[in-house]
Ligand binder design. Structure first.
Ligand SMILES: Nc1ncnc2c1ncn2[C@@H]1O[C@H](COP(=O)(O)OP(=O)(O)OP(=O)(O)O)[C@@H](O)[C@H]1O
Ligand SMILES: [Mg+2]
Length: 374
């Protein structure tokens, strides 16, 4: 069978870096190569600053988009190097699906928008491969949230069996997909994933994230702190819903923590933030698919042992597994989803799920930036 090769590039709200895969969609999605590039700290700071308005932001946004695009291109070249060793030529790759970096996400209403910084024309020029980008706006134009986009991919991967399944992606923000036979796929953002934990960890330990959740495990959950964190209307809101750093930012955390920000031991706050992510995700699963038979976890949160332990204790009796156990390593799922979205564009297949995003209908997502060297 002819290979249908696509590259997917994802840089999510954690701002930890770029994950890329080369995948074949001629049959069931299959990852052939994987590469990651960490986000240089200066670029990370630039993106963090661009999450709220500030002086000369259009200029700074354009420069950050160019910086990200060069990081994307390096990730693609890492993948092409591996592809060559597998006997695959760059010319055999149909396109790159490139998400871009979200700096604002304010969907809804007649003036809703979502903003991903990217320079897909430059990426096509630097790699010689066609690029599919701007993957969220068609759904927004149709009245949707433009997010999450991955439930369609989760359904393509894991939605064919007879069991009821949750797929939980814990990136900076966490999103949950619910797969159940004979019913349309359900999906939404739950709230924080790693973003608040990363922020607190960096502030108090200087480390970009709490490796394995060890620091959180050394603290004790403060029930009063956890209650204040849980008292956020977004958690109770019914789907369709999506969110980002626009809501879950350091000021949100400071306001919720109040005096605890200074009085509580920092590791106790970290334990409480880890408990928050686990509780919020488990609550949404209990509310919207109480009969789930399995929960697959992907994204960087799956590598946080303390977070996984807390998820399991929130959901007694339910197998909570990293997605690796079902064929796709946790850190490859999102990037593979963006390769799949590029494949969907080439097939002119509507990839959004209106029942997830609230749009008027499913839409073909993205726009093509052709490489001139082809
Ligand atoms: N070994 C680890 N232990 C604990 N946490 C980890 C580990 N490895 C990664 N993480 C967490 O995962 C985060 C990165 O996850 P990921 O790349 O899935 O998120 P993202 O970039 O926001 O993606 P997306 O928006 O696509 O979901 C890191 O910022 C960190 O918080
Ligand atoms: Mg990431």
């Amino acid at each position: 069978m002819t290979q249908r090769l696509f590259i997917g590039l994802m840089s999510g709200t954690s701002l930890d870096g770029v994950d890329g895969v080369l995948a074949d969609f001629s049959a069931a999605p299959r990852v052939l190569a994987q590469a990651s590039r960490p986000m240089p700290s200066e670029l990370r700071q630039d993106f963090l600053r661009l999450n709220s308005s500030g002086e000369d932001e259009l200029h700074r946004a354009a420069l950050a988009a160019n910086g990200l695009t060069r990081l994307y291109a390096q990730t693609v070249h890492d993948l092409l190097e591996q592809a060559r060793r597998l006997g695959i030529d760059a010319a055999a790759i149909s396109a790159i699906g490139a998400h871009g970096q979200t700096v604002r996400h304010q969907p809804g209403g007649t003036n809703g928008y979502t903003w991903q910084l990217n320079n897909p024309a430059l990426l096509a020029e630097l790699t010689g491969i066609d690029v599919v980008a701007d993957l969220r706006n068609a759904d927004l134009a149709a009245g949707g949230q433009g997010a999450p986009l991955v439930p369609g991919f989760h359904a393509a991967l894991w939605g064919h069996g007879q069991s009821e399944l949750g797929v939980l992606n814990i990136g900076g923000i966490s999103n949950l997909t619910l797969l159940s036979p004979n019913r349309p796929v359900v999906g939404f953002d739950c709230g924080p994933g790693n973003a608040l934990m990363d922020h607190w960890c960096e502030r108090h330990t200087g480390q970009p994230f709490d490796a394995n959740g060890q620091w959180a495990a050394s603290g004790c959950v403060q029930p009063a702190v956890l209650e204040r964190l849980l008292d956020e209307p977004f958690f109770a809101q019914a789907p369709p819903k999506s969110t980002g750093r626009d809501l879950f930012h350091p000021q949100w955390l400071a306001a919720r923590l109040g005096e605890a920000a200074h009085n509580a031991a920092p590791q106790d706050v970290q334990a409480s933030l880890t408990a928050l992510t686990a509780r919020v995700c488990a609550d949404h699963l209990r509310r919207y698919l109480p009969s789930a038979q399995e929960l697959l976890v992907c994204g960087g949160g799956a590598l946080n042992a303390e977070l996984m332990r807390r998820l399991r204790s929130e959901l007694p009796g339910l197998p909570v597994l990293a997605s690796d156990a079902r064929g796709l390593p946790a850190m490859q799922v999102e990037a593979c989803a963006f390769a799949w979205l590029a494949w969907c564009w080439f097939e002119r297949r509507p990839a959004s799920r209106p029942e997830v995003t609230g749009a008027r209908g499913a839409r073909v997502l993205g726009a093509l930036y052709p490489a001139s060297s082809r």
